[in-house]
Design a binder for this molecule. Structure first.
Ligand SMILES: *Cc1c(COP(=O)(O)O)cnc(C)c1O
Length: 356
């Protein structure tokens, strides 16, 4: 039998999800309605924040969070370099100047120190993602006095010092894109305790039925997506358990002097959105190719860092450059079967021993 490919990500969609979406289709009310409101309420309870707003993507959630905080074309917004361009887009949509901070080479996360040196009198917000599911100590960054947009697109269910991610930002944002911890196809959410901010976000996400005119957006989530989200949310605890179990197996069984396993921190409950190893020897593109030939999609977890897109001097981003050079992401997700996990382990051992 031909060997089946193991993709880098794959959502876990079961019969309950199929039944939920079919149920919505049968009602004929398929856009923003009751399922979205239910999803917002379920999510609000999980994150324990006062207000949530469901949106059509994580990018929209970032965009509206920045607008709600008053970011405009006279502002600066700090964001890390080692992320996908979604963050840069959200800042540029507002007209603000993106100010790029370097990350820690240990785990690809932004640090309070790298943010602090980028603050000016124009800084209106800082976007703090928890990369690969490894939580950042957001408190250290909040202490700098700049409103934090906590980007939990990769960290739903993770915690730091017993506090789950999403509770520390002035506004916290989430994504339910198909590769993320919960999948609704596309989707996003904001969470905050500030009623004014929540009100602005809800006002900006839809254009109809308003007395005044200003630029607003069509960023609403649909009931089709939300019905998927509600079922996925009920499975979150199991999803996180499974991710941690697989991570545990990788850590124990992929023994090789060629790699470092992900950093562990007693205070941080990583959910292993990505299992990212640091390769000490050998070019990453070649290793990616060796996995590909064995029908496993291992990837460089950030395609191209922001400072390179912007043509900034790479000597100012040594942490990010190091991450780009060494980080390799192995498939890890709840729908990975035990057999597939075993294949990832054996293939990794094979590939890394060839690199020794
Ligand atoms: C995926 C992701 C986003 C963007 O979310 P979309 O739903 O794809 O728009 C933002 N930030 C981080 C850290 C992400 O991983």
């Amino acid at each position: 039998m031909a060997l089946l490919s193991i993709p880098h990500s794959r959502p876990d969609i079961g019969y309950k999800e199929i039944r939920a979406v079919t149920g919505v289709l049968k009602t004929g009310i398929i856009a923003y309605n009751g399922e979205v409101k239910k999803f917002e309420e379920n999510f609000r309870k999980l994150i324990k924040r006062k207000y949530t707003a469901a949106l059509n993507s994580g990018t929209s959630a970032l965009h509206l969070s920045l607008l709600a905080l008053g970011v405009n074309n006279c502002s600066e917004v700090i964001l890390p370099s080692y992320v996908c361009p979604a963050l840069l887009n959200a800042v540029n949509y507002t007209g603000a100047v993106p100010v790029i901070a370097d990350v820690r080479p240990e785990d690809g996360n932004i640090s309070a120190e790298s943010v602090r040196i980028k603050i000016t009198s124009k800084t209106k917000a800082v976007i703090v993602p928890h990369m690969f599911g490894m939580p950042v100590n957001v408190r250290e960054i909040t202490a700098l006095g700049i409103p934090v947009v906590e980007d939990c697109a990769q960290s739903l269910g993770a915690d730091f010092n017993g506090k789950i991610t999403g509770q520390s930002g002035k506004i916290s944002v989430f994504s339910f894109y198909t590769t993320k911890v919960l999948a609704t196809g596309e989707g996003g959410m904001t969470a905050t305790d500030d009623s004014k901010l929540a009100g602005r976000i809800k006002d900006l996400r839809s254009y109809d039925g308003k007395n005044d005119y200003k630029i607003r957006y069509n960023y609403k989530m649909t009931d089709l997506s939300a019905s998927l989200g509600n079922v996925q949310l009920s499975r979150l605890r199991k999803f996180v358990e499974r991710r941690r179990k697989i991570a545990d197996l990788y850590r124990k069984k992929i023994y090789s002097p060629v790699i470092h396993h992900p950093l562990e921190n007693k205070k941080a409950g990583n959910i292993y959105f990505r299992y990212v190893v640091a390769v000490k020897k050998g070019g990453l593109p070649e290793i990616v190719e060796m996995f590909r030939k064995r029908k496993i999609s291992a990837q460089m977890p950030v395609f191209k860092p922001i400072h390179r897109y912007l043509g900034l001097d790479k000597r100012e981003f040594p942490g990010t450059e190091e991450c780009c050079k060494k980080f390799l992401s192995l498939p890890i997700y709840p729908s990975l079967t035990d057999k597939e996990v075993e294949r990832v382990i054996n293939t990794s051992l094979e590939v890394f021993s060839e690199k020794q």
